[in-house]
Ligand binder design. Sequence first.
Ligand code: DQA
Length: 147
Amino acid sequence: MSCIMIINGPNLNLLGKREPEIYGTTTLAEIEQACQEIADKNQVTLEFLQSNHEGVIIDWIHEARDRCDALLINPGAFTHTSVAIRDALSAFNGPKVECHLSNVHAREEFRHHSYISPVVDSIIIGAGWRGYTMGLNYLMDSLADAK
Ligand code: DQA
């Protein structure tokens, strides 16, 4: 059975309550449920994680090297600051997706640059919570293609 890890960075635990005009009203638990249903239908093991701490996220990416076949990450604000998360992702060999709920390019200038984008296979931006299910489907297709 394939394993796909979904990692959420800082402040995403507040989804649904946090700036709903930007991020929508869907909670992280609801996104997890939508992803879990897709994973169950496709007999994929899902690890759905959230942390506000950069080092914890880096540790999870390292763990994914042994345990998981593909990875989706919404690094939150660390997207725009973290060389360390980028380096950890570079060392993960499976297919990788960067996902953002909001269209970061239509927002403040400091959100236009991502340290993460050059080291992932696909970037999904501005599709709201559906970006997660789109990314998950892409990763499952990539794993199937590689078999
Ligand atoms: C975000 C965009 C980031 O710029 C922001 O810091 C977030 C959420 C998104 O999903 O749209 O926390 O990653």
